[in-house]
Design a protein around this ligand. Structure first.
Ligand SMILES: [Zn+2]
Length: 84
């Protein structure tokens, strides 16, 4: 089971592993919002990489990620621990 930091397939830089709120556009052109999806983001390419197994699990294998933002939960946790 790969738990090590993954590198971006495009530029080879390490991905930022976090949880993201992401919008996917499905094959029937509807959109689906998923909260707190664990994924890796390349800050250079601005590309989100999600585990293919998870994509399949969510039924998004025909979908395309059109928008992703780091989840509020993560940001709040970071803000809470950073204000000490
Ligand atoms: Zn990249």
């Amino acid at each position: 089971m790969p738990s090590a930091t993954l590198d971006c397939p495009e530029c080879g830089r390490p991905l930022v592993n976090s949880r993201f709120d992401a919008t996917f556009r499905l094959a029937d052109r509807s959109e689906r919002l998923c909260f707190g999806v664990p994924a890796g983001l390349c800050g250079t390419c601005h590309q989100l990489y999600i585990d293919p197994e998870l994509i399949e699990l969510l039924g998004l294998d025909a979908g395309r990620c059109v928008f992703a933002i780091e989840s509020d939960v993560v940001l709040q946790a970071r803000a809470g621990s950073g204000t000490e």
